[in-house]
Write a protein that binds this ligand. Structure first.
Ligand SMILES: [Ca+2]
Ligand SMILES: [Ca+2]
Length: 409
């Protein structure tokens, strides 16, 4: 018996064998049937087998048998996988790579699953395949059935992710002088650049141009790139008050008439203003309104703001006139009145003379003032206007007290 292999059967259901496979010698039973086993060199996976039989005794050969499909075990699938893509790509760009599955085995592959885990630096966009379907975003899985001898591929599109935050460029610590009690308006420049997106807007708090209070303020700035990566940074703004208050004191001399032997209570005005602290009360060596002795007293003032800045000291003199000076002033005034007979001048000169002697004649001065006052109530007073008379009387009353005169009982 000779066995042949053909790719396909004739339409008749049998037919001429195409390729000789092997021959075996068999003995038939009484009915002409025989059973046999044989092995062929090259396993078959497709097509049909036909046979012819030859009677070794007679040499008669049969027609070709009916076709029998090859039913033997096929060779297993043999899958290979290759992966290819660009050699380099730019951050932020979309690129594609391809995974190719080839089946070089002797049978179909079913339930083929190809998985590809994406690196953290990329973002999945899409995946397409020539066979089956693909799904997933971080690990993409493609499933297919692959006929033997077939090549299938999956195409992956991914974007290289931008995982780097923008870099901020911030000022160094800013130190500036306060301009008001609120502090100072401070402007600054803060920028940010991203590797992928270029220049980015920067948001800072407090904003540039804001009023910063006296003291130290931390400014926090942030910038975000198009992929949502946020960068941040801080810097300090120090608003300081190093300026002393501006001090104003009275002119060089404040003059007052003594009202008693102790002198006089003298008021003066000294002020100070500070750009931050506002009005500041000066500190003076003798307060306004206190009693200053007859003669000159030097008053020294300074002003210190709330941040400890002290102005330079300024001085002025409080001059308190005693009885002699007051009588001299009075003499000058009454002389200027040019009263006929000069009696008022003469009466003023009397106590002045008494007090300016090497050994002042105090009691005499007191007596002369009492006499002067008495005469102003008579004919002497009639040489003056009422206003002049009142003024002289006021003078005399005060000078009398300054001398410390005691009116006899
Ligand atoms: Ca970035
Ligand atoms: Ca100040």
């Amino acid at each position: 018996m000779q066995l042949f292999h053909s790719a396909a059967c004739d339409a008749s259901g049998n037919g001429q064998g195409a390729t000789f496979l092997t021959e075996v010698v068999v003995g038939t039973d009484g009915a002409g049937n025989a059973t046999f086993n044989t092995t062929i060199a090259n396993p078959l996976t497709t097509g049909v087998i036909t046979a012819t039989a030859t009677n070794n005794s007679t040499g008669n050969t049969s027609e070709f048998s009916q076709c029998k499909a090859v039913a033997g075990a096929a060779l297993p699938p043999d899958l290979s996988v290759t992966k290819s893509g660009p050699a380099s790509i730019n951050v932020g760009a979309t690129f594609a790579y391809t995974i190719v599955v080839t089946n070089t085995g002797g049978s179909n592959a079913t339930g083929v699953v190809v998985t590809d885990a994406l690196p953290a630096q990329v973002t999945f966009v899409s995946a397409t395949s020539t066979q089956g379907t693909c799904s997933g975003t971080t690990t993409v899985t493609c499933t297919a059935s692959d006929a033997r001898g077939n090549t299938g591929f999956a195409r992956f599109e991914v974007v290289v992710k931008d995982a780097t935050a923008p870099v901020l460029t911030l000022p160094d610590t800013i130190t500036t002088e306060a301009t008001s009690s609120a502090g100072a308006d401070v402007t600054y420049t803060a920028t940010a650049t991203d590797l992928v997106d270029g220049a980015r807007d920067t948001s800072c708090s407090p904003a540039s141009g804001a009023t910063f209070a006296v003291g130290s303020t931390t400014v926090t700035c942030t910038a975000t790139d198009a992929s949502g990566n946020a960068g941040s940074g801080t810097f300090l703004v120090n608003v300081v008050d190093t300026t002393a208050p501006t001090l104003t004191v009275p002119g060089p001399v404040v003059v007052a008439n003594a009202t008693s032997p102790l002198g006089a209570a003298v008021s003066y005005t000294a002020t100070a203003t500070d750009s931050v602290a506002g009005d500041v009360a000066p500190t003076c060596s003798a307060a306004s309104g206190s009693v200053f002795a007859i003669g000159g007293t030097t008053v020294t003032c300074t002003a210190t703001d709330s941040h400890g800045n002290t102005s330079a000291a300024q001085t002025f003199t409080v001059e308190v006139k005693g009885a002699v000076e007051q009588l001299s002033d009075q003499l000058q005034v009454v002389t200027s009145w040019k009263i006929p007979g000069h009696l008022v001048e003469i009466r003023t000169k009397g106590p002045l003379w008494s007090l300016t002697q090497a050994k002042p004649k105090v009691n005499l001065a007191c007596q002369l003032i009492r006499d002067f006052e008495s005469q102003l109530g008579g004919t002497l007073g009639q040489t003056l206007t009422a206003t002049q008379r009142e003024w002289v009387l006021d003078q005399l009353t005060r000078i009398y007290a300054v001398i410390g005169c005691v009116t006899p009982a």
